[in-house]
Design a protein around this ligand. Structure first.
Ligand SMILES: [Zn+2]
Length: 64
């Protein structure tokens, strides 16, 4: 699998009380954590804008 160059990460927005998406650029990719239920990625460990971050994504069983 090729490393992604950007990730559409999801986060909970307290102001709107809803899930919001944000595309974050990936400088270095360091793997992901998979969901124990559907085995799809739940979060990606990346370096973005000079910082190590965890970018959360929605796995296959988190769809509304
Ligand atoms: Zn899942």
């Amino acid at each position: 699998m090729d490393n992604p160059t950007e990730i559409n990460s999801v986060y909970w927005d307290e102001e709107t009380k809803s899930w919001q998406y944000k595309v974050v650029p990936v400088e270095e990719y360091h793997g992901f954590t998979e969901c124990q239920h559907c085995r799809r990625p739940m979060s990606h460990n990346i370096k973005s804008e000079g910082e190590f971050k965890v970018a959360y994504v929605k796995c296959a069983c988190a769809r509304e």
